[in-house]
Design a binder for this molecule. Structure first.
Ligand SMILES: [Zn+2]
Length: 130
C-alpha cells in the first residue's frame, strides 16, 4: 500500500491509491464498497465508520466528464476517418459509454470517499486522518 506523510508527521494512505483499489481511506486494507456501488457501514479491518458518508452526484459528474470526453473523441475519430452512417456510431457508442461508465463509477466513488476522509469533509469532520 502506498503511504505518504501527513502534516503531523504520521503516515496515511494515499486517497487516490486507496480509491483506485476501492480500499479503506484510513487503513488501506478493508473494502469500502460492496456490490456495485453500496458503501459498507464500517471498515472490516479498522472499523472506520463509513455509514454517514455522502458523495452525492460527485462520481457521476466525473464519469460524465471523463467518459463523455472519450466518447466524443472516439466519435470524432471514427467520423473523420471512416465517415460511416449515423447508425454505426450507435452500434459502438452505446456499449462503450455504458461499459466505461460502469467501470469508472466504483473507483471514482471510492476516490471521493477517500478525499472526503482526507480533507475531513461531511461525516469525517470529527475523524482524525491518521
Ligand atoms: Zn480501514
Amino acid at each position: 500500500m502506498t503511504k505518504m506523510q501527513n502534516d503531523q508527521g504520521g503516515t496515511t494512505v494515499s486517497p487516490f491509491f486507496a480509491g483506485l483499489m476501492c480500499r479503506c481511506p484510513h487503513c488501506g486494507q478493508g473494502k469500502v464498497l460492496t456490490g456495485l456501488l453500496d458503501v459498507v457501514p464500517a471498515c472490516t479491518v479498522c472499523e472506520l465508520d463509513l455509514s454517514a458518508h455522502d458523495t452525492g452526484d460527485g462520481p457521476a459528474v466525473f464519469v460524465i466528464l471523463i467518459v463523455g470526453g472519450f466518447a466524443v473523441g472516439l466519435a470524432f475519430f471514427v467520423e473523420t476517418t471512416f465517415a460511416p452512417p449515423t447508425w454505426v456510431h450507435l452500434i459502438y457508442q452505446i456499449p462503450f459509454v455504458l461499459g466505461a461508465s460502469i467501470l469508472c463509477l466504483r473507483p471514482l466513488k471510492a476516490i471521493l470517499i477517500a478525499l472526503q476522509y482526507r480533507n475531513h469533509v461531511g461525516s469525517f469532520n470529527d475523524t482524525p486522518a491518521d
